[in-house]
Ligand binder design. Structure first.
Ligand code: SAM
Ligand code: SF4
Length: 471
């Protein structure tokens, strides 16, 4: 068992021995116990590590089915049918680390290195705005060029670049862990969530796969989001890269990370991400991940995370193939990307060789319009809402979960308003009609009263050309 302390002498919160002990203790769980755990989650309580270990040890088909049904019920009851859309925007792929699974790693000589100039960045933003995006996550390699001042300047550029009705209203960040002072510089330009994935919570595996650069320090990364919160960034996103180590261990790591935040700061992570390793140019490990997670296990991971931390947002990316995306969406995912292109500069140039500048390859390459059309047909309500962030309401996923009526009062009306904007400004004719039907359906189901009247007023204003109206 490893033993580490960070510079402030904090106790480590990932205790390997304890995780193994719980996974051993809860082997072959009976279905009554599993039922009880699911009921606890449905009563809106975060699960304890032993309960999560119990769910992870379920292998029997009918009991697994109960877990899937439980996750679906929880999603329907608490979050409803909204899906929030975002797009990733890669700013630069230079990197001083050597993560063995990543196309950007420093020892990869086949990747073409580049960073967007501010002119190119503007073009990328305009291209994304022209598709209808309102929320971005900016992604950076770890390199002296991408310091906090640079990151802050890229965020400002994104907010300042507007194009007809197009504008980006929320910028999230996925970048290297920073010092508290550097986080403050980034917070000051108005970011939404700061994401850092631990990749693997398993210390030995982490050490082996991160042999070089600042990322070789497990503990600097593990406490990376603590420093973000200390700097005043309330929305932080955790994640594990599935395929590096045993999936049960990683889910337990995510739960202990969550509990650590709750105990230290009084609130949990805003989002949890669960990417699986995808093939990356000239990166052997990415083609043969050491602990490959198959599609069925992936579904199990998502359902258990939904039940384990019912108040957090779950992010599913276009790394996953369409079929898998459609299946796990039902299990409680709150945000997805669509129309994504992860080659540096590829949104504006349509660069056919962009894979040479990409971190890995994406499986779902459908356009935003097509994904919206297909999901709306399935009864999902697309949303580009950024209202909470704009109103200073941090932790919106927690509020959706914890405040009775929050979804009805804010989220659904805002989803209607932003999907209406999308349909008027960017949708193809076919998608426009499908969104219209979906909006009518939602509107019909709303209770009569003041809120519905106010929404109708806002709908009319948007139809007459006003934009960016929200509750
Ligand atoms: N460079 C920073 C870092 O490592 O934290 C920020 C962004 S990194 C470009 C974003 C995430 O991509 C990583 O945290 C990792 O989980 C994920 N990633 C890296 N290689 C991958 C691969 N081959 N397939 C899927 N995801 C990968
Ligand atoms: Fe660099 Fe991040 Fe890729 Fe690691 S995962 S090589 S830090 S870009």
């Amino acid at each position: 068992m490893f033993y580490v302390r960070d510079k402030q002498g904090q106790k480590p919160f990932i205790k390997e021995g304890k995780i193994y002990e719980l996974l051993e203790k809860t082997k072959s769980p009976d279905s009554i116990k599993v039922d009880e755990i699911i009921q606890k989650s449905l009563s809106k309580k975060r699960l304890e590590p032993e309960e999560v270990a119990t769910l992870l040890n379920v292998e029997e088909e009918t009991t697994l089915e109960k877990i899937f049904e439980g996750a679906k019920t929880l999603k329907q009851r608490i979050y409803g049918n909204r899906i929030v859309f975002f797009a990733p925007l890669y700013i630069g792929n230079k990197c001083v680390n050597d993560c063995q699974y990543c196309g950007f790693r420093s020892s990869n000589k086949e990747i073409y290195r580049n960073s967007l100039t501010f002119e190119q960045l503007k073009k990328e933003i305009e291209a994304l705005e022209n598709k209808g995006h309102k929320r971005l996550i900016l992604v950076y390699g770890e390199h002296p060029e991408y310091d906090a001042n640079f990151i802050a300047k890229t965020v400002e550029t994104v907010y300042n670049t507007k194009n007809n009705n197009g504008e980006i209203r929320r910028v999230n960040i996925n970048a290297a862990p920073q010092t508290i002072d550097d986080y403050k510089k980034i917070k000051d330009v108005g970011i939404g969530t700061f994401q850092i994935f631990q990749e693997t919570y398993h210390y030995e595996t982490y050490k082996k796969l991160h042999p070089k650069g600042p990322k070789s320090s497990y503990i600097w990364r593990l406490y990376g989001l603590d420093r973000a919160i200390q700097a005043g960034i309330d929305d932080v996103g955790i994640g594990a890269l599935f395929g590096l180590s045993n999936y049960k261990f990683e889910v337990m790591g995510l739960i202990y990370h969550t509990i650590h935040f709750e105990e230290r700061f009084g609130f949990g992570p805003h989002t949890i991400s669960f990417p699986r390793i995808e093939p990356a140019l000239n990166t052997p490990l990415s083609f043969q991940p050491p602990s490959l997670v198959d599609d069925k296990t992936f579904k199990k991971i998502v359902a258990i995370l939904r039940l384990a931390v019912p108040y957090t947002g779950l992010i599913l990316t276009a790394r996953e193939p369409i079929k898998v995306r459609n299946e796990v969406l039902k299990l409680g995912v709150s945000q997805i990307d669509a129309g994504s292109n992860i080659g540096v500069g590829a949104y504006s140039t349509q660069d056919k060789e962009s894979y040479k500048k990409s971190q890995f390859t994406l499986s779902d390459q459908r356009s935003l319009d097509l994904v919206i059309k297909e999901l709306s047909k399935e009864g999902y309500l697309p949303s580009f809402c950024t209202a909470c962030y704009r109103m200073g309401r941090t932790g919106e996923h927690f509020m959706e979960f914890a405040i009775p009526g929050f979804v009805k009062r804010f989220c659904t009306p805002n989803a209607i308003l932003t999907s209406l904007e999308y349909s008027l400004d960017y949708a193809s004719n076919e998608t426009k009609n499908i969104i219209k039907n979906q909006i009518n359906e939602e509107f019909k189901n709303m209770e009569e009263g003041k809120l519905k009247n106010m929404l109708l007023e806002k709908i009319k204003l948007i139809e007459n050309g006003e934009r960016d109206l929200y509750f």
